[in-house]
Every structure is written in structure tokens, then in C-alpha cells.
Design a protein around this ligand. Structure first.
Ligand code: ADP
Length: 449
């Protein structure tokens, strides 16, 4: 019969007590006999406890002492538990070792931070890229070691969707991309990547576009000048050349506009932040745009504006001017005769919104997400025929990004479009207490042309 160790132990105790009672009765020393039996039983248990203690304190790999009954079962259970734990530990050790080996082999540096932003672990790439040292830097607060002001602002801001790019703290010619990745319970990873090569390529691309545009501008000005003369001088060109000269002039003008827009984009690209922030009177800017575009529309499209003069934007006037003027010019360009264009500047809760609404041709929804890409047009021939370069909305996006603003586009084909630039409260200024900055006189995209 298979009895549990507990039943066996109770039966054993009962047997010992019964035997002691019988012996006690026979020898006429009942109490003494029972006391002796209980003492022996207790001594045996103490002995077993001592063995257990010895075994647990000694080598863990040793087999448990031989025993039967309840103590045998306890030894067995302990032994099994120990083996299970050993297996689990060795599995965990393998996982940790493999994780460390793989992260150590990674070219990107990985730094594990605890809930108090202290360094728990880092790989060898962190020693190379960030000059962290083992073990002195373990336990240090991350901001004690990476003190770049941009990183400190990014770290404290808590918005970690995008990485930031900073100069390496250890080598000025190295550019690093840093990103925080939250995980677990308030833990974070800091990933640092060497993006020097990418940065250099990006700079080469930017410089190339800027230089090419700049270099092409002079010969183009000469060509346009001669074409202008030929166009205006009735006797200079033979009759059969009149149309080709007109067309050449038109195309040269188009090239000039593209070059100017490319130069403007390169300028926006080259500087990470607006050159100079100053309060910009958006209501005045809107009124000026309204006036200019009324003239351009020449009565074919009605242009009006409604603005809140009490609020302005802290930013670069020329960049805001370029962005808003592109939106208004587009609205006029893509609205047929008899249509309307409205310019609004207003507070929407905490935010400030510059909005251009038209009753024009509208945009099919599948094109909307790609409109701000360079040279993306819904209808290329229509854009060209209206003097478009395909770069206007790319300029808008860049200029807005540099002012922490976003562009919202709503449109319905055949009914019109709404382009809304949303500025966060931090960018807004109370114009009542601010004179408009004279030095920040806006430069229009039309003027740039
Ligand atoms: P473009 O110089 O061709 O106007 P943009 O970058 O300014 O280039 O605009 C990209 C495209 O977005 C345009 O070609 C046009 O198809 C579309 N678009 C922009 N604004 C409007 C608008 N207000 N109404 C309709 N379509 C527009």
C-alpha cells in the first residue's frame, strides 16, 4: 500500500508511544518509559535536522543524505527543487550571456538605465562611442555623463519617438544619433549610433543642390536677359522666331523659379533652427498677403482675410512669410474664376492657427499624404501651366517644422481645400505688449523670384 510520508510518520510515532506504554506498564515505570521514548524520537528528529542543515550548507551538487519516511521525502523534495532551480539559473545565465554577447557585438552602443536613470549596464560600443568606463560609470546618472544640452532637453522632455543628432562628446568630427527606448517598469535603453557618414552624405547632397542652383543662376540670368531683349525688340527677331523666343523665355522663367525654390529649401535645410526668433505680427502679414494676392488674382478670385491681431508668433519672419505666401498663392492658383480664397489667423484653444481655405479644384484623398514631398504634384501639367515648381509645400513643411508647427490638409475634389498651420502655445506671443520687429521684414517667395 502506498501511504503518504505524513501518515507513515504518525503511525511510527503512535507505534513508538504504544511500545513505550507497554514497556512502561511491564516495568511499572509508565511515565519514565514514555518520556524516554519521546526523548529518543526528538533526538532522532534533531539528528535529521542536523543532516539537512549540513547538506544544505555543503556543496549543492552533492546527493541528499539517505533517509526514510518523512525526512526521506523532505530530502527528496529539497533535492528536486534544487535541481529545478539550477536548471532555471543555467538557462537564464545562457540567455543573459547570449544577450550580452549579441549586444557587445553590435556596432551601436546600448546603455541600460534603471528607474532612477542610473546606468546598470552598457556594451563595448558605448565604451568606444561615449567613452563610458567599466566599472566606474556603472551606477552613474546618465546626465552626469552625457551632458549635451540638446540631449538633456530631449531626455527631460520625455518624447522619444524620434532620435536626436548631436556632436559626439568625445570627438568633434563624429556625429551621433541618440534615442531613448522605454521598456519594462520605468526602465530605459539609450541607443547611440555613429551617423557621421550619413551626416556627411546628407551635407554633400545639400551642398550640391545649393551650389548647383547657385551656379546655374548666373548663366540663366544672362539667357533670360537676352531673351527679354529679343522679346521686347520687335525688329530684332524674325517673325518665325517670335513664338520660340516667347516659349524659351517662359521656360527660362520656370527654371529660375525652380532654382530660387531649391535655394530657399537648401537654406531651410542647412540650419537646424530658425536663424533668429522675434515676434512676428501675423495679422499684418496676412493682410499683406491678402493685398498682394488680390492683385495677382486680378478680380478672377475673391481674396479676403480675418485675423486676430492680439496674437503673433515667435519665429523667423521671412520663413513664416514664405510658408504662408506659398499656401495663399496655391489657393489662388488652384481656384477657378469666380471662386473664393479666405485667409484666417485665430486661436484654437491653446494653439494658434493660420488657415487658407479655397473653393478651388480640391485634391483627391490618396494624394494628400504625399503633397509636401519635393516635386510631388497632383496634376503636373496643370501645376506647370500655372507657374508651379512642385516645391512650394515642401518649403511650407520645412518652415513649419522649424517653428514646431504642423500642417493639416483637408480637401474635397471639386469643392475646395483647407490648409491649416497649427502652432503650439509656446510659439505664440501677445502682440499687445510687442512692437513688430523692424529688422525682421518678411521676404516673400515672389520677391525671392
Ligand atoms: P506647385 O508649385 O506645383 O503648386 P506645391 O508643392 O505648392 O507645388 O503643391 C504641390 C501640389 O499640391 C500641387 O501641384 C497641386 O497639385 C496640389 N495643391 C497644392 N495646393 C493646392 C490647393 N490649394 N488646391 C488644390 N491643389 C493644391
Amino acid at each position: 500500500m502506498n501511504r503518504s510520508p505524513w501518515t507513515e510518520e504518525i503511525l511510527r510515532l503512535a507505534g513508538i508511544l504504544l511500545l513505550a506504554a507497554i514497556v512502561g506498564l511491564v516495568l511499572d515505570a509508565f511515565t519514565l518509559s514514555l518520556l524516554a521514548a519521546v526523548s529518543l524520537y526528538l533526538a532522532w528528529h534533531l539528528y535529521q535536522q542536523h543532516r539537512l542543515y549540513q547538506w544544505v550548507s555543503a556543496s549543492r551538487s552533492a546527493h541528499p543524505p539517505e533517509s526514510s519516511g518523512l525526512w526521506g521525502a523532505i530530502f527528496d523534495q529539497f533535492y528536486r527543487m534544487q535541481r529545478r532551480n539550477k536548471k532555471r539559473k543555467s538557462r537564464l545565465r545562457t540567455i543573459v550571456r547570449e544577450f550580452r554577447q549579441s549586444t557587445a557585438a553590435m556596432p551601436d552602443s546600448t546603455v541600460v538605465l534603471d528607474a532612477n536613470n542610473r546606468i546598470v549596464w552598457f556594451n563595448s560600443a558605448a565604451e568606444r562611442l561615449l567613452r563610458f568606463r567599466t566599472p566606474v560609470d556603472i551606477g552613474q546618472h546618465i546626465l552626469n555623463l552625457v551632458r549635451h544640452p540638446e540631449f538633456v532637453a530631449y531626455f527631460n522632455n520625455g518624447m522619444y519617438d524620434e532620435p536626436i543628432e548631436v556632436d559626439s562628446p568625445v570627438a568633434s568630427d563624429v556625429r551621433l544619433s541618440l534615442q531613448i527606448i522605454p521598456y519594462g517598469q520605468d526602465q530605459r535603453l539609450l541607443i547611440a549610433r555613429d551617423v557621421t557618414q550619413l551626416h556627411r552624405l546628407e551635407k554633400i547632397r545639400r551642398d550640391f543642390v545649393a551650389n548647383a542652383s547657385h551656379e546655374l543662376r548666373t548663366p540663366l540670368t544672362v539667357i533670360t536677359g537676352y531673351l527679354d531683349t529679343l522679346r521686347q525688340d520687335d525688329g530684332a527677331a524674325a517673325e518665325e522666331w517670335r513664338r520660340p523666343v516667347q516659349e524659351m523665355h517662359r521656360q527660362a522663367e520656370r527654371m529660375r523659379r525652380i532654382l530660387e525654390d531649391l535655394l530657399l529649401l537648401s537654406r531651410l535645410d542647412a540650419q537646424p533652427d530658425p536663424a533668429r526668433d522675434a515676434p512676428v505680427d501675423i495679422a499684418a502679414l496676412a493682410r499683406e498677403l491678402c493685398r498682394d494676392n488680390r492683385m495677382i488674382a486680378d478680380g478672377q478670385v475673391q481674396v479676403h482675410c480675418e485675423t486676430d491681431p492680439a496674437v503673433g508668433i515667435n519665429g523667423a519672419a521671412s520663413e513664416l512669410q514664405s510658408a504662408f505666401s506659398n499656401l495663399v498663392q496655391n489657393a489662388v492658383k488652384y481656384t477657378s474664376e469666380g471662386g473664393e480664397v479666405s485667409i484666417y489667423w485665430f486661436r484654437d484653444g491653446e494653439d494658434g492657427c493660420f488657415e487658407v481655405v479655397d473653393t478651388g479644384i480640391g485634391i483627391p484623398p490618396e494624394h494628400i499624404p504625399r503633397l509636401t514631398e519635393r516635386f510631388y504634384r497632383v496634376d503636373t501639367s496643370r501645376s506647370r501651366s500655372r507657374g508651379g515648381t512642385g516645391l512650394g509645400l515642401a518649403i511650407v513643411r520645412h518652415a513649419l517644422q522649424r517653428h514646431d508647427a504642423t500642417l493639416e490638409i483637408e480637401s474635397q475634389p471639386g469643392r475646395g481645400s483647407r490648409f491649416r498651420c497649427r502652432f503650439p502655445a509656446a510659439r505664440l506671443v501677445d502682440m499687445a505688449g510687442n512692437e513688430q520687429d523692424e529688422a525682421a521684414t518678411p521676404v516673400t517667395r515672389a520677391e525671392a523670384r
